[in-house]
Design a protein around this ligand. Sequence first.
Ligand code: NAD
Length: 416
Amino acid sequence: MDDRLNPFKIAQVQFDAAAEMLGLDPAMREVLRWPMREYKFTIPLKMDDGSVEVFHAYRVQYNDARGPNKGGLRWHPDETLDTVRALAAWMTWKCAVVDIPLGGGKGGVTCDPKKLSDREKERLARGWMRVMARELGEHRDVPAPDVYTTPQIMAWMMDEYEVITGRSHPGVITGKPLPLGGSQGRGDATARGGIFTVREACKLLGVDPKGTYAIQGFGNAGQYAALLHPEILGGGKLVAASDTSGAVYSADGLDPKALVDHKLKTGKLSGFPGAEKLDPDKILELEVDILYPSALENVITDENADKIKARIVCELANGPTTPEADTRLHLNGVHVIPDFLANAGGVTVSYFEQVQGTYNYYWSLEEVHRQLDARMTKAYDDVFKMAKAKDVHMRLAAYLVAVKRVAEAVRLRGWV
Ligand code: NAD
């Protein structure tokens, strides 16, 4: 892979810029620019037809100076050790930017879940947990859902962990179904948290929150963004959305609820009645007030950065923008709410799930929303103030806030 598109190299380039501005000494830089521990293993899986397939799997524990490692599990055909490393680094900065007492981790399996039956998925989930169980736990490392993993997969994993340890351990994993100790409000937390930051950005920048918006990627993050944007911002017109089946567009606006229903019923966005087809790459270049990249990495690059016309880019996806594109967007006056700030709502409610599980008392949905709003608003404010104080773009400002907090924990522990 071209190094400029390698997510881990990108994460290191982004970190280096912050380390330089913060004046971190060489040992601290070396500690923070690499994962503390990595696991790379294989899972032989008995398929429904009797054959055996071998899957490559990962867990990266990036840094636990501020608390147990925390981060999702991605099941994707393009998963590599370097994507997992990058995502684990971003989890570390994400937990620090919203100031929750957790470190960063990430895991995954290179596979195409669309080709697996439910029974095969269950065996894969249990197989992953059998290998990793000794290295996990509420005080060590706590996985959660990410791309193509679900509350059901978390439930199978928790069950396998409890079979292995012989004890109840609801805190070993978050994103669980409600009857198994999940939190109210976890399902839509990533999108909801991102929209809270958009609300704050609109206020500070004078952007009309009831203007137009477009969404690339229509899974968990994208679908909830479509539905919650008008609810939280008091209006707004969804003009385009895309998934792997293609992009749909309507200048008059798409009905978010009908679009989500269509996706749930047919499994794809294409063919939505009344919408025009759009070249999927063009969704990023539409003249909209707010753009939500909600799919995968490296979609805004030096090739299309100058064509981005959105006023605000709220990165619900991890790593959608390359460093070269970041600088261009900043120079062009596009306000980017960077991934590890914009999509921190998911891990924040995962943290609430751990807190509730620990004292075995569960909050109302209203309480979860109130606490999430407070955390996201404060985090956005911290980053915005840093960006103004240092005259840097929002991503670098978010790194400055987060890296400073993690470095302080490393120093206080006496590691460096
Ligand atoms: P998901 O599996 O539910 O959905 C992913 C969606 O992206 C699917 O609709 C898929 O069709 C679409 N997609 C994939 N490639 C695409 C492409 N090239 N163009 C357009 N659409 C494409 O995943 P998710 O949980 O919604 O996660 C999406 C992004 O948000 C990822 O980067 C993930 O790391 C990030 N994220 C998710 C959460 C969460 O709580 N779900 C939290 C933080 C960050």
